[in-house]
Ligand binder design. Structure first.
Ligand code: ATP
Ligand code: MG
Length: 325
């Protein structure tokens, strides 16, 4: 079985962009790949956060992922900071990573601009730690959203650089995109991101989801109710494509292009489809959060399984480098 790695930051609650862009793919692919799914808390500390929230965020993320369908029997589900080899390999990759490459990373530039008061070196080094996350497990496939493709390409360069300097050890992994690789936020402007506060959180109570959706931006060219709209230029329709059945999709497409329905009707139908599709997730999430010890036990077991692979890779790395034994 080929190996797969992907991660998610506990930098906020799981949102629709994460789900459509990455998590739904992890659930599908765990059937055919040896999957490592990591809650990357060492990445999350490069942004500001309240220390008293961190444990809850990790717990919620683990429950969310399992409620979405990540099966801890199939996927190794674990927390990054419980496997210290991630940061150890990061240091070695720091001796391969090129300053010029890192300074061209779009995510670094975006986040640095947004947190100008705290442009820490960790934020700059983020793609190197991410390369270590992936290559520690010699993953060949990395299912991510579009914003992460540049980092996976960087990881390929790291693997190539390491192999050239110290001898072949790592594969060059491929990014794998879903059919919704870049979901826009509620404003219809920027990518939906935990750190931007423009998200629809999966676990939000029904009433609030309806309210949030009612404010979501639609086709900007449809100004008045009687204007026909273009579903292919509408973030709300992108969501319909994921959550609504063929019949409802047809109803939205016809109604929108003929101005037969308004954006309010369309959003109401979306909320119905979404809440219906997410009902199992909501129930499972409640159940898991009612038993936090069980979730903690699963994460501990995951860390053990990940560690077994990580330790082996690090032995090989130290050997390749000719370090003291
Ligand atoms: P942050 O704002 O803290 O970076 P985030 O919302 O971008 O959080 P991450 O934990 O960085 O979430 O990313 C987890 C996964 O979800 C990654 O594979 C990422 O590419 C994907 N992803 C994040 N946002 C979106 C989006 N709007 N559309 C599609 N995929 C997304
Ligand atoms: Mg992100």
């Amino acid at each position: 079985m080929k190996r797969l790695f992907s991660g998610i930051q506990p930098s906020g609650e799981l949102h629709l962009g994460n789900y459509l862009g990455a998590v739904s793919n992890w659930v599908k692919l765990q059937e055919s790949y040896h999957s490592f799914i990591c809650i990357v808390d060492y990445h999350a500390i490069t942004q500001s956060y309240d220390r008293k929230d961190m444990r809850t965020r990790v717990l919620h993320m683990a429950a969310d992922l399992m409620a979405c369908g990540i099966d801890p029997e199939r996927s190794v589900l674990f927390v990054q900071s419980r496997v210290p080899e991630h940061t150890e390999l990061c240091w070695i990759f720091n001796a391969v990573a090129q300053y010029g490459d890192l300074s061209r990373m779009t995510q670094f530039k975006d986040k640095a601009a947004r947190q100008a008061e705290n442009i820490n070196v960790g934020l700059f080094d983020y793609p190197v730690l991410q390369s270590a996350d992936i290559l520690l497990y010699k993953a060949q496939v990395v299912p991510v959203g579009e914003d992460q493709v540049q980092h996976v390409e960087f990881t390929r360069r790291i693997a190539r650089g390491f192999n050239r300097r110290w001898g072949k050890l790592f594969p060059e992994p491929d990014a794998l995109l879903s059919s919704t690789p870049r979901l826009l936020g509620l404003d219809g402007q920027a990518k939906m991101s935990k750190s931007m506060g423009n998200t629809i959180v999966l676990a939000t109570p029904e009433k609030q989801i309806r309210k949030q959706l009612s404010r979501a931006a639609t086709d900007p060219a449809r100004v008045k109710r009687e204007d026909p709209g273009d579903p292919d230029n509408c973030n709300v329709f992108t969501l319909h494509k994921f959550f609504s059945n063929e019949e409802r999709l047809g109803w939205v497409r016809d109604g929108c292009t003929s101005a037969g329905i308004g954006c309010v009707d369309c959003k109401r139908a979306l909320a119905d489809s979404m809440l219906d599709q997410l009902s199992d997730y909501r129930r499972r999430r409640e159940e898991l959060l009612a038993e936090p010890e069980k979730v903690e036990r699963i994460l501990a077991e995951g860390a053990e399984r990940a560690s077994a692979v990580a330790r082996q890779t690090m032995e090989q790395v130290r050997d390749k480098l000719g370090l003291w034994r």
